[in-house]
Design a protein around this ligand. Sequence first.
Ligand code: FES
Length: 190
Amino acid sequence: MRSWSFDVKRLTLGEMTERSLSEIAGGASLEAADPTSARVRAVAEARSAEPGPLLEILHDVQNEFGHLPESTTPVVAEVLNLSRAEVHGVISFYSDFHTAPPAEVTVAICRGEACQAVGAEALADYAKSRLGVDVGAHAKDGSVGLEQIFCFGNCALGPTASVAGRLHGRVTAERLDALIDDAQAGGSSS
Ligand code: FES
């Protein structure tokens, strides 16, 4: 008898947990405690009636937060009546979308054909070793991130790199060092 009572109690707790998760999946409970989720929902709903609004919504969310917060996938999927896998697939496909806050200094190396022909791969390898991070990754302290781009439209002046949002042509390893040092010191050399 004692064992039966215990099972009933566990079942009741399980049902309660299931119900809570269901409420969170529905959005109301989660968003009451998480203003970020609520804001993502508002941004998504503002465009939900437009044709094919997914990309525009993701851009709007990223413009507002600087990246796509964790709640973006479930909230946007619910608002647009898509599966989470569909939303996640789009976020993963486009390198423009970031699921983590941006690094303090972002270094982007062009790996387009024209830049590759003049040493972009060696420059990318140097950047990885200098920064201690792989392409597409951030340093653990968020101080620096490394990205790749497949043409900045600066092909005649390759190898091209962007450091802290400023574009530079004919970038050598030595110049990249100086640009990174300057950016990390808060400078704006060109
Ligand atoms: S290929 Fe590098 S800027 Fe165009």
